[in-house]
Design a binder for this molecule. Structure first.
Ligand SMILES: [Zn+2]
Length: 501
């Protein structure tokens, strides 16, 4: 007889951040991802809603990859009582260390600046705290995803108390176990996991979980974030041919990326225009994955003589360290990139790129001699150094804001990408006079035809295919196409529990 088996959907449901799933049997509890919500302020409040389970009762955590929306709550989980192993590929372990320490440091800095603000403006701080508490209460009781969609897009550079500290993070990092692709591991009583390459960022994985109870066996495949076939540097997503249950991401449901050559042409054009206008090219980008790819393409455009040599500022100390981690894991690279390296053609470098580490150096970029290019984190302008640059330059017609990644519903990035004439940052409404351009062909995510092609590898259809990690419009476009391939689909809600039979 099959034992009870349940899957709890705890994040990345009808949204693209906060990835987290709990698989529960009579004997074990295994968490897959423990990510941070990174959308609008109304979305982010969900990071403060108490966990839906006792962290101390979880037997293991399996991490698909190092992006903050998949790993960002791990230190909070550990500080809340989780003490068991965290399994991730060795590349993911190295990148996650950077991502989580950077996140903790930013949170501590924001908390300190909020304390200074509260000292100067005690009444306003008290009112804001009250509003935050009200939002938290609402997020705990009603559908926070709906609140996100209804809220006005805004960003803030100040948060309240840190969700976790650098000390919490170091304690959590001690729980990590670096594993290899393709090796099946026992992770909890009756549960094994196999990680295969997802081709999304260095170390990213699709995780196949096998649950064995008596002589019954069920396989659940978590796609994680799926990359694109033919992306530079890393390998293609691994085909999967069977599962009893499947969770598939749907970030780009309903969308087709422009071809890679067109993306590269558009990037070159933006650089040339910036050079001619003696302006600033500002590229919001998550520090890991996309940044390495953009730097790689800029370096190639420059050496081909297609673009002028504009100064490039990498305004993220983490982006540079992440590039070092990439170089330390050549075994994860695809054949083309390994061939480039053996020809001593450094594939992820741009000559004379300036890496800024302190906040002071970051602010100084805005006053540096133009033209110039800046790549700064994060990619959806919901936090990080990019917010300050957008605040300073959004009214400047000589600035081009170039989007190279997905902009989640309710984020300031999505609003600017859709042509907003005002941007609300730190409580101020700023006029938008900069140029805004978008390139989708650098995405680290598969587009819809690529997602459907990956599904086409299944020789036997899963009992249910859960569509996760997508905004509502993307999921609505994607689901009928998945059904048309013969898959039985479901789009789970936040904190929904499904019995797996
Ligand atoms: Zn990702």
């Amino acid at each position: 007889m099959m034992a009870e088996m349940r899957l709890h959907f705890l994040g990345a449901t009808r949204t693209v951040t906060g990835s987290q799933y709990l698989l529960e049997t009579d004997r074990a509890r295994v968490l897959i991802d423990c990510g941070m919500f990174q959308g609008s302020p109304h979305d982010v409040i969900r990071n403060r809603v108490p966990f839906a389970y006792q962290p101390g009762d979880v037997d293991a955590l399996l991490l698909t990859h190092a992006h903050l929306d998949h790993c960002g709550l791990i230190p909070h989980l550990a500080a809340s009582g989780f003490r068991k192993p965290i399994y991730a590929t060795k590349g993911s372990v190295d990148l996650t260390r950077l991502v989580l320490l950077d996140s903790a440091k930013l949170q501590e800095e924001f908390a300190q600046s909020h304390q200074r603000f509260a000292k100067r403006n005690p009444d306003r701080a008290a009112a804001e705290d009250e509003a935050t508490m009200a939002e938290l209460a609402a997020a705990t009781t009603k559908d926070p995803a709906a609140a996100t969609r209804d809220a006005a897009p805004a960003a803030t550079t100040e948060l309240r108390a840190p969700l976790y500290t650098v000390d919490d993070t170091n304690a959590a990092l001690a729980l990590f176990h670096g594993i290899d692709y393709g090796t099946e591991l026992q992770v909890a009583p009756g549960i094994t996991a196999t990680f295969v390459d997802a081709g999304h960022i260095l170390g990213s994985a699709i995780i196949r979980v096998r649950v064995m109870e008596g002589d019954t066996e069920r396989t659940i495949v978590f796609s994680g974030d799926l990359g694109r076939p033919g992306s530079p540097i890393i390998r293609d997503p691994t085909p999967v041919t069977s599962a009893d249950y499947l969770l598939i991401e749907s970030t780009y449901g309903g969308k087709t990326h422009e071809p890679q050559e067109e993306a590269i042409r558009l990037l070159g054009e933006a650089v040339k225009l910036t050079g001619d206008a003696k302006g600033v090219l500002l590229v919001p980008s998550f520090a890991i994955g996309r940044t390495q790819e953009i730097v790689y393409e800029l370096g190639r455009l420059l050496s081909a003589g297609t673009i002028p040599h504009l100064p490039l500022y990498l305004d993220s100390p983490m982006a540079q360290t992440a590039s070092d981690v990439y170089r330390a894991h050549l075994d994860y690279f695809d054949d083309d990139t390994r061939a480039l390296i053996t020809r001593h053609d450094p594939p992820i470098d741009y000559p004379d790129a300036v890496v800024t580490s302190s906040a002071k150096e970051s602010v100084a970029i805005e006053h540096a001699a133009r033209p110039l290019m800046v790549i700064a984190s994060n990619g959806m302008i919901t936090g990080g150094r990019i917010v300050q640059h957008v605040k300073a330059l959004v009214a400047d017609p000589a600035m081009t804001l170039l989007f190279v990644g997905y902009q989640g519903d309710g984020t300031l990035g999505a609003s600017l990408q859709q042509g907003a004439t005002q941007a609300r940052i730190d409580g101020q409404d700023l006029e938008v006079h900069c140029q805004v351009r978008s390139i989708s062909g650098f995405s680290a995510h598969a587009d819809e035809p690529e997602l459907l092609a990956w599904l086409g590898n299944f020789t036997a259809k899963p009992r249910t295919t859960f569509i996760v990690h997508g905004d509502p419009a993307a999921q609505a476009a994607f689901e009928p196409k998945v059904r048309a391939l013969g898959f039985a689909t479901a789009v789970p809600d936040w904190r929904q529990t499904v019995e797996l039979t």
